[in-house]
Ligand binder design. Sequence first.
Ligand code: MIC
Ligand code: SF4
Length: 648
Amino acid sequence: MGRNVVEKILAAHLVAGELIPGQEIAIRMDQTLTQDATGTMAYLQFESMGMDCARTELSVSYVDHNTIQVGFENADDHAYLRSVAQRYGLVYSRPGNGICHQLHLERFGKPGQTLLGSDSHTPTGGGIGMLAIGAGGIDVAVAMGGGPFYLTCPKVTRVLLTGALQAGVSAKDLILLVLSIYGTNGNVGRVLEYAGPGLASLDVPARATITNMGAELGVTTSVFPSDALTRKFLAAQGRSADWAELVADPDASYDQTLALDLATVVPMAACPHSPGNVAAVATLAGRRVNQVLIGSCTNSSYRDLKTVALLLRGKKIHPDVEVGVAPGSRQVVLMLAQEGLLTDLVAAGVRILENACGFCIGNHMSPGTDAVSLRTSNRNFEARSGTASAQVYLVSPETAAAAALTGVFTDPRLLGTLPTVAEPAQFTIDDSMFQFVATAGTGVPGTTIVRGPNIGTVPANAPLPEQLQGVAVIKVGEKITTDHIMPAGARLKYRSNVPAYSQYVFEPVDKEFAKRAAANREAGRHNVIVAGESYGQGSSREHAAMCPMYLGVKAVLAKSIERIHLANLINFGIVPFAFANPADYDAIATNDRLTMPNLRAAVAGDGRAILRNETQGLDIPVVTTLSSRQKRLLLAGGLLPAVARGEA
Ligand code: MIC
Ligand code: SF4
């Protein structure tokens, strides 16, 4: 039987387990990436595991999230990361170089290789034929030290593409269409593999937009084959030697197939407050827009921004709309400048923003009260923009440019002649903002690691208690994202300092949460979080597990939990329980006393247990489905304690 692309990469990297969907497997990671917001903690954990140097083929530490530098904290983080890179043999990407995923695609991604990144949009690398997966920082630290990455062997869905996109319709519209079909939950344990004759009209930046936003589906990752277009992109990046062909065998099989005709795709928008809440732009036409922001790791490539510049050339933005453009990388900025396209943008009235995450993570450019903001980014979770009442829509660069000109939602196909941007034969290459360590593979052992006062320590955890003597410290609803649990934006600068950051757990939902949780912890009560479907959607930020752990959370009881967050909970010793009967969600209220006399035994055994709601006098059957490795981690109190005891 032939193999699909996913199976080929998995088989070539398998170190434990069998390629049977649903079973836990372990794979070797060729490359890792971190970004600064998750990276400081990842490297603190790497240090505390006593690793001597990076053992991957390539590990890159990017700085792209915390670049605002209001106060000393961001700059201290950068200095720490730079010194760690030198010490342990990593490539360091300086602030100003660009967004990790765009840069990694341009300069380092290799077809057929595996990549683990401490950022949920690491699957961007799937656009170049990598198996690229997002994970918590500690998992990346382990992979960086040469350890395997554990995952559930995925089912593979083939997305069979025919036809070609119409003018004015682009890759963003296609992934929004896929999101409208599959939604943002219920897709755990699956990989999307794109195939079919339609691939011929999707270049690597388009493919990367699609795999990037596959993260919003909750799939493990998304992958394109590596073909002639991949070869062309790598050649234009001066990296022909990195190309290798990787296509599915003709008789490869898939768990399911979704057939899409690209010619039928129309401009789409994800409406507030979920990337899965998708509508055709035509149905929103005429609605007023206050802000348009173009950029983020989804849509900040040379192709995307040149398209926008050409649409705005010789015109002015609408007087009632604020427009910002944040290029994805320094390469993109240089090329826009060299071709005079920056002039087009500035002349039209666009605010040129830093080539960094910036607005996407609510780090600046928050919209006004109740404002309508159109963004080319990938997440429109409530309050992520920094303004709780803002209405954020996710659209393509073409739809964003159309609204910038007209001041209202406008189907870009109505703009008249639309530009087609061909991939350049040669991208502008200047790697001078990377710090390469001459002694990769050993690092520079004598390097002094720079630790400013914002660089904290890794919090410790005790082994799992015999009994749960708990309280439902909070009860939240469906699709609670990690942005709800551990807000970024203005709070992002506390990432290296867990006690400080922990004060903001659940801040967007319940400002009193941290105080209540700390009081329970001091009183010797275990905190339990109760949640609905798809708890922990969104980012890879392990702080959404680490900070609750710090506040004494011992269990999350939810209808379902998303993949990366589930792994993070286990890594920090928090037991992920599911309701055996989802209707029992109604049998618990905030502050109810919850007990389980055999917590440890339940985790060590078959995962079935009864949670007693002492307040309401009810018994609630719950279940946790764990591999033997996950049981060991939970019983030890998490991955770090397990490593320290030689039980990981
Ligand atoms: C995001 O887009 O939410 C982030 C910020 O990039 C996160 C990582 C983080 O929280 O630092 C992600 O996607 O994993
Ligand atoms: Fe940065 Fe936004 Fe991409 Fe996250 S989604 S990596 S914040 S640009």
